[in-house]
Design a protein around this ligand. Structure first.
Ligand SMILES: Nc1ncnc2c1ncn2[C@@H]1O[C@H](COP(=O)(O)OP(=O)(O)OP(=O)(O)O)[C@@H](O)[C@H]1O
Ligand SMILES: [Mg+2]
Length: 262
């Protein structure tokens, strides 16, 4: 039995665009997730982060390399792996409750049971009073909470989050950090989250992986030594600031070397 719940081994991927151009998105990425850990992935726009998450969710087969789920090759999407997409994918004609319950509906769970589970998650997310609202009636922060609730409803072992707070203002974001950590503490899922925000990555995770510019590969791994629960005074802790600098330096060094090469 593997010590990693999900392992990406030497994964490379290329796309061919509609006009026939070959885009090298990922180059020999290796990344392993231990059970119940929280990892963040940061990197430039277009470096292949979403591609990597889609591969880890079994939605795309990589051109080379492999993904192992509990030691076994991942060949298709699995209920134990949940991906929360970068773009808002709530269905506008469905209520919040119906959106959250959708994955269970697709899995054939009966209506009463799936709504009960959706309501429990909405309660956890502080969204109970919006269960019957439609997505257009929600704020950006609420929409992201609903997205995350939908990702959690199948009780996945692995939760992949693609820039879940990208479009939000700083204060809403920080509030959602606390909520996400609270939920993570209760579910014990293994989380990999993509973000552009270095502070967010360090505040939330136990490990920050830095991805290079395209074709993406991991150029640096920074361990974050703080215990949970975490509080906002951490943001001014000298070690926190030092970790922030390490991640920033890795991103800048990679940019510099890729612009020299280019
Ligand atoms: N379906 C596709 N067909 C062709 N090229 C694609 C496709 N999807 C992504 N790409 C290209 O692959 C590269 C990596 O894209 P990807 O979306 O994985 O990057 P990203 O790191 O998630 O970027 P961002 O931070 O902006 O979300 C980009 O150059 C993109 O244009
Ligand atoms: Mg992306």
């Amino acid at each position: 039995m593997s010590q990693f719940v999900l392992a990406v081994e030497n994964v490379s991927h290329t796309y061919t665009t509609t006009d026939g151009q070959v885009v090298k998105a990922l180059h020999e990425v290796t990344l392993c997730l231990s059970p119940k850990t929280f990892t963040c992935l940061v990197g430039a726009s277009g470096s292949g982060k979403t591609t990597l998450l889609r591969i880890m969710a079994g939605l795309i087969r990589p051109k080379s390399g492999q993904v192992l789920l509990n030691g076994k090759p991942l060949r298709q999407p699995q209920r134990r792996i949940s991906l929360v997409f970068q773009r808002d994918t709530l269905l506008p004609w469905r209520t919040v409750r119906q959106n959250v319950a959708l994955p269970l509906q697709l899995a054939g769970v009966d209506r009463k049971k799936r709504f009960m589970q959706a309501d429990q998650l909405l309660d956890l997310m502080g969204l109970s009073e919006f269960a019957n609202a439609f997505p257009t009636e929600l704020s950006g922060g609420m929409i992201q909470r609903v997205n995350i609730a939908r990702g959690l409803i199948t009780q996945p072992d692995i939760l992949l989050l693609d820039e879940p707070f990208g479009a939000l203002d700083a204060l809403t974001r920080e509030q959602l950090w606390r909520e996400l950590l609270l939920i993570w503490g209760r579910t014990h899922a293994t989380v990999l989250m993509v973000t552009h925000d270095i502070r967010e990555a360090i505040f939330l995770s136990q490990r920050v992986m830095v991805m290079s510019t395209r074709p993406g590969h991991i150029v640096k791994e920074v361990e974050v030594p703080f215990d949970y629960p975490r509080h906002f005074d951490l943001l001014t802790d000298p070690i926190f600031i030092q970790k922030e600098a390490q991640v920033r330096e890795a991103i800048l060094a990679d940019r510099l070397s890729s612009s020299r090469l280019g």
